[in-house]
Design a protein around this ligand. Structure first.
Ligand code: IMP
Length: 444
């Protein structure tokens, strides 16, 4: 049994936690491969709601080993608190493993993130202020601390003595903030190491051994394709690679070990933070999506910007992730809208374009070209098959699938695990893809 990647096809918050949760029965390992505690996964299990930022959502299943891979930046404080919260709610966290090679988010990273954002006043990126960018920057600069460093008190002291004066010079000199004390940071980090020691190990080896034994590994992306450092709307992106390829570098798994890539998307779009967003709605429909969809950030509580679904970015995301099938979430949120619009292309400086622009400036100038679909009144949350859905909802799902060019295998109509419609059985997705390819070829 091979590895599966779950990846967000939009700007994050697509409901990847639910996808992971649904697949959990069949997997032995769930791995986070990038990002840090900027992420937020909300999982609803019966009456219980779990909000996780760092620990992979697989932790809720006793048969799964949750892994925080080398590509993640770890705030040890958050990890310790999150594991304590889970323990207090009866979840066994002894299984959690953290890569010794994962980088550590230090308090100066958090301070720098906030300071850099305030300095941009009016032109902020809208980061989560969790220190993500500065921690990844130090990794690239080769001055970061890794989880293994927390276990080596004397080596740690040396590294801190080298890096902290440099950070203090910027914090105090550029931003007028309080400097950090090496001794205090050292004490804190040694204590983190002491508390996390039994979780820190070589996770790449663990995963390679598991794959060699034929165990199923699920690689869980945080954020989404359009926030990818290389493939997203730079500079309005996060500092890691949420795309499926990031799973290889962020977990130590080779491309040929990945067997399927499940793309997760919502039936509309949202974005948190700054950056161009052609289909954004600042009207009654936007409010409908915000309120019915409860589109408030799990990590920061910020209102998410809401808008229509964009098939231009969908086609791009399907391609750069080599998506094999899709989970469509929150279809139920669209009920009671008189009409539903689907962005099928852009007008950029008066010319029609159907491709995702590399330049963020071009994206900012893009005006969406919409196809309009009739809405539906019925509430979908109790429906469990495509046949039960209103014909208008089915037509909308078919249009999304046609645009994606890969099968929409799962349709979610509510946050609960049971509120899911399995659209394609094993074997069907390939048939449907072939059918769609034929349709397109005939049309051309
Ligand atoms: P950072 O990852 O905190 O540096 O933030 C960079 C950008 O990514 C900002 O626009 C954030 O709002 C966005 N972002 C980071 N994490 C998430 C997430 O989990 N969901 C949605 N947006 C996110």
């Amino acid at each position: 049994m091979p590895a599966t990647v779950v990846v967000g096809l939009q700007w994050g918050d697509e409901g990847k936690g639910k996808a992971t949760d649904l697949l959990a029965e069949s997997v032995s390992w769930v791995v986070r491969y990038q990002g840090g505690d900027n992420a937020g996964h909300t999982i609803v299990l019966g009456d219980e709601v779990f909000k996780l930022h760092l620990v992979p959502s697989g932790v809720l299943h006793p048969h799964i080993t949750p892994i925080i891979g080398n590509g993640v930046v770890v705030n040890p404080r958050t990890l310790i608190d999150e594991m304590a919260m889970l323990s207090a709610r009866g979840i066994d966290v002894a299984r959690v493993r953290v890569s010794a090679a994962a980088h550590v988010i230090m308090p100066y990273h958090v301070a720098l993130d906030g300071a850099m954002e305030s300095r941009l006043a009016g032109d902020e990126l809208g980061t989560t202020h969790r220190g993500i960018g500065p921690a990844y920057a130090d990794r690239a600069w080769r001055i970061g601390l890794r989880m293994s460093d927390l276990l080596d008190a004397s080596g740690l002291r040396m590294r801190l003595e080298r890096v902290v004066p440099e950070k203090n010079a910027v914090l105090a000199g550029t931003y007028g903030l309080q400097p950090f004390d090496v001794g205090e940071l050292h004490e804190l980090a040694v204590e983190w190491g002491r508390r996390l020691a039994r979780h820190i190990c070589d996770t790449t080896r663990l995963l390679q051994e598991a794959l060699a034994e034929g165990q199923h590994v699920l690689l869980e992306g945080a954020q989404g394709t359009l926030l990818d450092l290389d493939h997203g709307t730079y500079p309005y992106v996060t500092s890691s690679n949420p795309v499926a390829g990031g799973a290889c570098t962020g977990a130590g798994v080779g491309p040929l070990q990945i067997d399927q890539v499940i793309g997760v998307m919502k039936a509309y779009s949202t974005r948190v933070g700054a950056g161009p967003y052609p289909t954004e709605l600042d009207d009654e429909t936007g409010r409908h999506l915000l309120e019915r969809g409860r589109e408030f950030g799990t990590t920061t509580g910020r209102r998410r910007r809401c808008g229509w679904f964009d098939t231009v970015s969908l086609r791009y995301a399907v391609a750069v992730n080599s998506v094999s099938s899709i989970m469509l979430n929150k279809l139920d949120i669209l009920s009671r809208l008189p009409e539903i619009r689907l962005c099928v292309g852009y007008l950029v400086d008066g010319s029609r374009s159907d491709t995702w622009p590399l330049s963020v400036d071009a994206l900012a100038r893009a005006e969406p070209v919409y196809e309009t679909f009739p809405g539906w009144e019925a509430e979908l949350s109790g429906m469990r098959s495509m046949e039960e859905l209103p014909v208008e909802a089915r037509a909308y799902v078919d249009a999304l699938e046609e645009a994606a060019g890969v099968p929409i295998a799962l349709v979610s109509v509510g946050p609960e695990r049971t509120q899911t419609i399995v659209r394609a059985g094993p074997g069907e997705p390939a048939d449907r893809t072939a059918r769609m390819q034929r349709t397109r070829a005939n049309a051309a």
